[in-house]
Design a protein around this ligand. Structure first.
Ligand code: NAP
Length: 310
């Protein structure tokens, strides 16, 4: 076999990547984790996480990321800050090209580059993220018990999450830029039958309003009449789609759906020796808890592959 720089390279240092790294460290694989910003991934953007087991009082995203990083490092996982710009994943030796012009070779790759929620890009959105602006109702709905919230978007995610939010919030506005939902009929019918949900059609959000306490309202504009309006509320859920972090991925070498990578239950991709886990894979639910499980499985599968192919 040809010499390579590492047995395994994990690309992405969110919960899935760090879990894969923890397992790789404990298996004493020669593994390297590459992360472009610093370990943690999207979880760093979560102000508070109440649905990750083991933390009965909840934990901040930052603390959880630091704990996961420390645990992986305890087993000597090597973590390097570097941006992967290109990959060649075909054949027994995989090559990862870095932004600084260098390259690294390995026998197995675990892709855990994650995804990011689309933002609308209106004033106040960034400022109040984590203080009333959220991109995940499953994560944050219980913080809005008895309150008023708005969901922006008309797809399956927005409408399903609006229904989920009515279990906690007293009133849920769905603000949609057209007069018809993109969500499937059965989901639509459930939402139309829910008397806690009010639809605001043909309308875009123009500004998130707030003060020191957090979000207090949302400015709107009707796209047909240009009429402005304002609603008072405590939370805004922006659910207008998710983009995979795929810029560095050779999508012609991996089965995927618009950049979300297809895997089997053991996290094998269509390319031998390449595994994927976390929000970058094609799936319905994107939570820290399932990303962690997939990271574990991806590493165990990579270990099995390395044993069979070295
Ligand atoms: P999506 O289907 O792409 O819907 C995005 C929604 O956001 C659309 O209603 C879109 O409006 C709106 N939107 C996009 N950009 C906007 C902007 N800048 N301002 C205001 N509104 C904007 O995304 P998704 O709901 O996250 O779903 C992604 C995929 O997962 C879909 O294929 C969906 O069917 C699937 N999914 C399936 C399930 C399930 O249970 N089977 C659950 C969730 C998601 P327009 O309609 O006007 O374009």
């Amino acid at each position: 076999m040809d010499n390579v720089d590492h047995q395994l390279i994990i690309v992405g240092g969110g919960p899935a990547g760090l879990t894969a790294g923890l397992y790789a460290g404990r298996a004493m694989l020669d593994a390297l984790l590459l992360e472009k910003a610093g370990p943690g991934g999207q979880v760093m953007l979560s102000h508070w996480i109440d649905n990750y087991p083991g933390f009965p009082e909840g934990i901040s995203g930052l603390d959880l990321a630091e704990k996961m990083t420390a645990q992986a490092k305890r087993f000597d996982l090597e973590i390097k800050q570097a941006t992967v710009s290109k990959m060649d994943l075909v054949g027994p030796v995989k090559t990862l090209y870095l932004e600084d012009g260098s390259s690294l070779t390995c026998r197995a790759v675990i892709i855990t580059t994650g995804a990011r929620a689309n933002q609308i890009g209106i004033p106040g959105e960034k400022e109040f993220t984590g203080r009333g602006v959220s991109y995940c109702a499953t994560c944050d709905a219980p913080f809005y018990r008895g309150k008023t919230v708005a969901v922006i978007g008309g797809g399956n995610t927005a409408v399903q999450e609006a229904i989920q939010l009515t279990k906690f919030a007293d009133k849920v506005y769905v603000v949609h830029r057209r007069d018809a939902l993109r969500a499937t009929k059965v989901v639509q019918e459930k939402a139309f039958a829910n008397d806690k949900i009010d639809f605001i059609w043909d309308t875009i959000a123009t500004e998130v309003l707030g003060d020191q306490s957090g979000v207090t309202g949302l400015s709107l504009k009707n796209v047909r009449t240009d009429a402005p309006s304002t609603i008072k509320l405590h939370g805004v859920f922006v659910l207008i789609g998710t983009r995979p972090n795929m810029e560095m991925l050779p999508l012609d070498q991996l089965d995927n759906d618009q950049g979300f990578i297809h895997t089997d239950l053991e996290m094998h991709t269509s390319q031998p020796g390449v595994f994927a886990a976390g929000d970058i894979i094609y799936k319905n639910f994107r939570q820290v808890a399932n990303a962690v499980g997939e990271g574990c499985v991806a590493c165990l599968s990579a270990e099995e592959y390395l044993e069979d192919n070295e």
